[in-house]
Design a binder for this molecule. Structure first.
Ligand code: SF4
Length: 312
């Protein structure tokens, strides 16, 4: 008997949100006004090789606005397109724990104070999660759910060094353990198509997540963005990006290898079109998603049960 989560053959974030909140919930992308220790010299300069000038927060609201203003701004622009009623305040740009505990308490609380914000999600690095920040999150989670999104990208140390991630795997494991202990769910970001990685290496990263306490995973296609060091390497012919067919095939294998308990927050993504150098096919996000869904359904690759075609 094949397992379905609503219309989808995997445990999607949409499905999880409907379970938790009874309806579709929308993310509001915010900028907490911080930078990143991998950019300002604390850990390194220049940041991760793939990271845009906007600190991987190219779709977030203008940092010049206060958090309540950003939430209002994002809600208004979203509600022009869809009848959204419940929201996740997503601190997306740069490192959203890179501030004093007092400052973090202020901005997270401001987001929680908005009545139709039902949860807060904080994107950060595992090496910027001191215990007092974890304790703050534990305390605030008694008001509303708070999640942490960690940019792991890969478990392979050589790749991590090449992309200048700036920390090693045990650092991620330590942060994940302490957050889980505090009851804070973690969503782990993985990038597919990093230079030098084979398909098996990417599947190793995905299978590794099954052995951890991560609650969810975001699978993200590698985007080459203008102005990044990755773009210079790409233009120098040092690596190639994945074709659409290769990505669809790979992401379906990743889904097949993931535990059915893990919520899949994302299967692809669209980079900012004004700075996206490659792969250009990724701008048609809905087309790519439809191909992934079709492939998953017709090839019988289901989350937690990678089966050969014709079985299942
Ligand atoms: S940790 Fe995040 S914000 Fe910092 S350089 Fe890397 S991707 Fe960019």
């Amino acid at each position: 008997m094949r397992r379905m989560w609503g219309e989808k053959p995997y445990y999607s974030f949409d499905y999880y949100l409907k379970e938790q909140f009874g309806e579709k919930v929308y993310k509001l992308c915010l900028n907490g006004g911080m930078t990143c220790p991998n950019r300002d010299g604390k850990i390194g300069f220049g940041g991760c090789s793939f990271c845009s000038a906007g600190g991987s927060g190219d779709f977030s609201a203008p940092a010049i606005l206060s958090i309540p203003e950003q939430i209002e701004f994002e809600k208004k622009s979203l509600q022009k397109k869809v009848p959204a009623r419940k929201f996740i305040a997503y601190f997306q740009a740069f490192t959203n724990t890179y501030g004093s505990v007092d400052y973090l308490r202020k901005i997270y609380s401001q987001a929680m104070d908005v009545p139709d914000v039902v949860a807060v999600s904080v994107a950060t690095r595992p090496d910027e999660l001191d215990q007092d920040v974890v304790d703050l999150m534990r305390e605030l989670s008694e008001r509303k759910p708070i999640w942490v999104e960690l940019g792991l990208q890969t478990i392979h140390e050589e790749t991590a060094r090449n992309i200048r991630r700036g920390y090693e795997l045990p650092c991620y494991e330590d942060a994940l353990d302490r957050l889980s202990e505090a009851g804070i769910p973690v969503i782990t970001h993985v990038i597919l198509g990093l230079p030098g990685e084979t398909e098996e290496m990417m599947l190793e990263t995905v299978r590794y997540l099954n052995t951890t306490k991560t609650a969810g995973v975001k699978l993200q296609l590698l985007h080459v963005l203008a102005g990044t060091d990755l773009a210079a390497d790409y233009e120098a012919g040092k690596f190639e990006v994945l074709s659409e067919d290769a990505y669809v095939d790979l992401v379906c294998k990743c889904v097949g290898n993931l535990s059915p308990n893990l919520v899949i927050h994302r299967l692809t993504g669209d980079g900012p079109s004004d700075s996206l150098i490659a792969p250009k096919w990724s701008t048609a996000k809905m087309t790519v998603l439809n191909k992934i869904h079709h492939r998953l359904k017709t090839s019988y690759i289901y989350q937690g049960s990678l089966l050969p075609e014709g079985e299942g």
